[in-house]
Design a protein around this ligand. Structure first.
Ligand code: BG6
Length: 478
């Protein structure tokens, strides 16, 4: 179903994100018919360029970063015809009147701020000053949304001077991932899980986002952020919220976000012994973090594992273990809900520990499996064995879901539809920083030195100990 017609302005339209994700994604939506044929995309950036130059740049970007659709030459030409370019001076006057003249009336106006947050204020102000944005316009902002509570508050205040909260779309691309939304479908669309979704039946939760990539090429950003700011404060926190939140009464933006906010606010402070920071060392798999980041004295963490608690009735005493890292042994993201042991067994001689585990694989190989205990087939009597009830979505739903939008495509279409459910609200972002700030400040005060781990492994030994101490263990990263 096509969305309403729009003019989408991408500030930072020549940047990495625009070329890698936003434009190839929009091309896919164009081909699928979801982007209306007369909708337009206007790249805006500092460089001097005309429409033809911009179209050529995006043609090359689609060839480099697009998937199979890049072979659709006719489609590409039609799509490129929807593109325009304006050279703009974000902090001065250059280009703004051209941009205003280009915008059509009667269509949705959306402005994607794919630029440094220090420019958000200037852009918002000029959009208003030049009469380009109005009360029905939308703005899209990218992470990092601040680097602590104070800077996030300042950004929220700056945007609020010109836009209502209902016009601000803060992207966390994890919320656009198919399986992440599926979490809500699984929890709230089945009778099986929700009655067991609490501290009476759940022993603990594990969330892992492991990556094999290092920080090559983006060291100057990453070295000032580290895993906490880059991944935990946003992506992993969002996953945790979706797992832990109370059932919202309806699936609408503010109801869902109210419930997520309550989770973040109920997160307990984390003690230093409940956290392990790591940094990868060189191995046969590749160079060290310090080489990748080009900072020989860096103490930034490229890995983080922590244990936290949510202080509410549902989750009393249920630990949430979360970990994420670069240059780990496999690219694998998973949420595992580990249920409690049976209190009693009727099968004599069966001393093994049987547990139901629901695991939700975000990537790759999206799907779910539920570990269940059954009788081992054969004549050996009532011997029990744990097996996975495996549901790989590609098998269950058919591999032919080529047209399914990726996270960015879906989220941009949601902006045009005016649906904020999968975007972070200002108070959520602030609450997340309020939780991470004291942890980061603690490291800084103690001059905390991350534990080293070999590139290509599951992280530092201490991360294993975080679980072992509690008589638990991490699920294998594979
Ligand atoms: C980004 C982080 O937000 O998410 C990157 O800045 C990280 O460091 C990326 O690699 C992971 O996203 P995905 O979709 O590949 O899991």
């Amino acid at each position: 179903i096509p969305v309403d017609s729009f003019d989408l302005v991408i500030f930072g339209g020549t940047g990495d994100l625009a070329r890698r994700k936003i434009l190839p994604g929009l091309f896919r939506r164009f081909r699928s018919g979801q982007m209306p044929a007369e909708a337009r995309i206007i790249g805006a950036a500092r460089s001097d360029m005309d429409d033809a130059g911009y179209r050529q740049m995006i043609r090359e970007a689609i060839a480099e970063f697009g998937s199979e659709e890049k072979n659709d030459a006719g489609g590409i030409d039609a799509f490129l015809g929807r593109l325009h370019y304006v050279a703009i001076d974000a902090t001065g006057d250059g280009g703004w009147s051209q941009l205003r003249d280009l915008m059509r009336d009667g269509v949705i106006r959306a402005f994607y701020f794919s630029v440094a947050p220090s420019l958000f204020g200037a852009l918002a102000e000029r959009l208003h000053q030049h009469g380009i944005a109005d009360a029905s316009s939308r703005i899209v902002v990218e992470k990092p949304f601040g680097r602590d509570l104070a800077s996030a508050k300042a950004l929220n205040a700056t945007l609020a001077e010109h836009f209502d909260e209902g016009q601000i779309y803060r992207i966390d691309h994890y919320l656009g991932k198919e399986t992440v939304q599926n979490l809500m479908a699984v929890r709230f669309g089945n009778v099986l899980f929700e009655p067991l979704w609490n501290s009476h039946y759940i022993d603990h939760i594990q969330i892992t986002v492991a990556e094999t990539v290092g920080v090559t090429g983006r060291g100057s950003y990453y070295d000032k952020s580290g895993a906490m700011r880059d991944m935990v404060q946003n992506h992993l926190m969002q996953l945790l919220c979706l797992i832990a939140m109370e059932p919202p009464s309806t699936y609408d933006a503010d109801t869902v976000r109210d419930e997520k906010l309550k989770v973040i606010r109920a997160l307990q402070p984390v003690e230093p012994h409940q956290i392990v920071r790591g940094q990868y060392e060189a191995s046969q798999d590749g160079p060290s973090y310090r080489d990748d980041a080009e900072n020989p004295r860096s103490f930034t963490e490229s890995f983080l594992a922590l244990k936290c608690h949510i202080a509410n009735w549902r989750w009393a005493k249920v630990p949430f273990y979360i970990r994420t890292g670069k240059r780990m042994k496999a690219r694998s993201s998973e949420i595992a809900v580990v249920f409690k042991d049976l209190g009693h067994t009727i099968f004599e001689g069966d001393t093994a520990r049987h547990r139901n585990i629901l695991s939700i694989r975000l990537q790759p190989n999206e799907g779910m499996d539920l570990q269940v205990t059954i009788k081992e087939p054969g004549p050996g009597g009532m011997r029990l064995v744990d097996v996975p009830l495996d549901m790989t979505f590609a098998d269950a739903l058919g591999p032919d879901r080529e047209d399914a939008p990726d996270a960015y495509e879906r989220l941009i279409m949601d902006v045009i539809r005016g649906n904020q459910t999968l975007f972070m609200r200002g108070d959520e972002v602030e609450a997340a920083w309020a939780w991470t700030d004291p942890i980061i400040e603690g490291w800084e005060a103690r001059n905390d030195v991350p534990k080293l781990y070999d590139a290509g492994t599951a992280g530092p030994e201490d991360a294993m100990m975080l679980m072992h101490r509690d008589g638990r263990r991490w699920r294998e990263i594979k």
